[in-house]
Structures are given as C-alpha cells and as structure tokens.
Ligand binder design. Structure first.
Ligand code: FMN
Length: 163
C-alpha cells in the first residue's frame, strides 16, 4: 500500500507534523507534498492519502488548500482511503481544528473512503465542526499551541489505527 502525505502550512507547524507522521509510518520525503506546489493529480498515485491542514480565520482551511481542493474534489479516487489530520488551538473552542471537516466534506465527491477518526474526549473545547455525532473527531486533531508535548504520543496512537 503506497502512502502519500499532503499538507498545507503557513508558519511551518503542519509541515513539521507531516514529517513526524511520515517518520512514524516509514513514508519517505518524496511522498510528502506541500499542497502549495503540488498538482492535485498527484493524489492518484497513492492508495492511502493522508491530508493535513491547520485551521485559520474562523474555522477555515489553510490558504494553500483552496486551489488544491478545487482540483482534488473533481478527481475519481474510488478504492483509495483518506485519513485526515489537523492542528489548531483548543482555546478557539468553537472552531478547534475545523479545517478537518472542510477537507472531509470537499473530498467526499471523489468516492474515496475515510479512516482515522480519533476520540474527541482527548481534547478540551466546546464544539467543533470537526466532531462527529459519534463523539469522534473526523481525524487526528493536534494542538501544538497549548499541548505540543502530547503530539508525539497522539501521532503514534493514530498511525497504529491506519495500518
Ligand atoms: C489568526 C489565526 C486564526 C486561527 N484560527 C484558528 C481556528 O479557528 N481554530 C483552530 O483550531 N486554530 C486556529 N488557529 C491556530 C492555528 O491553526 C495553529 O497555530 C496552527 O498550528 C498553525 O499551523 P501552520 O503554521 O502549519 O499553518 C489560528 C491561528 C491564528 C494566528
């Protein structure tokens, strides 16, 4: 199973997390892609797609994702699996890691299936569009602003659910 990691990052935090996930999964540097300079058709080369965005504005995806998603959502990715991660700030307690829900919603049209939900009980926030009715987050949510110390263990726990 070929795994590709695609991320958007403004100040470098999500880029660093993408590298940490890659290391944990044995994904090489060639298969880590910054969506700012990657064509969406690259997605078709992989079986497992790991998509990551920080949250900006009031619950929006990181800027570089906009153009990428316009192309990506038109692709046929049936048979592939998508796992989402995000990083944000729990104190923005009604939009914590909300960008993950945007990635999920926009990629649904591709026919890919989704994996990698993560228990929302691990976090402290009031509500988030990234939280599903079953009590899980749509993907791995990380908070390197307030709880960077928890990130390595959360990544390690999450990656095991993808294998
Ligand atoms: C102006 C601004 C708005 C933000 N809005 C949110 C938000 O709505 N929800 C959230 O969880 N985090 C929010 N954050 C926190 C960022 O997502 C967080 O700092 C992230 O790690 C940045 O990652 P990046 O440098 O890879 O883009 C915001 C940060 C800033 C500076």
């Amino acid at each position: 199973m070929k795994t590709g990691i695609f991320y958007g990052s403004t100040t470098g935090t999500t880029a660093e997390i993408a590298r940490q996930i890659a290391k944990e999964m044995g994904v090489t540097e060639n298969d880590i892609h910054d969506v700012a300079n990657t064509s969406p058709v690259k997605l078709a080369e992989y079986d497992l797609l790991i998509l990551g965005s920080s949250t900006w504005g009031h619950g929006e995806v990181q800027d570089d994702w906009y153009d990428f998603l316009d192309g990506a959502e038109a692709l046929e990715l049936k048979g592939k699996t998508i796992a989402i991660f995000g990083d944000g700030d729990e104190t923005m307690s009604d939009t914590f890691c909300a960008a993950m829900s945007v990635l999920r919603r926009r990629m649904e049209s591709t026919g890919a299936s989704f994996t990698g939900e993560f228990p929302a009980s691990a976090y402290t926030f009031e509500s988030s569009p990234a939280m599903l009715p079953d009590g899980n987050m749509v993907g791995l949510a990380l908070d390197n602003v307030n709880h960077a110390n928890l990130t390595p263990e959360r990544i390690s726990q999450w990656v095991k659910t993808l294998e």
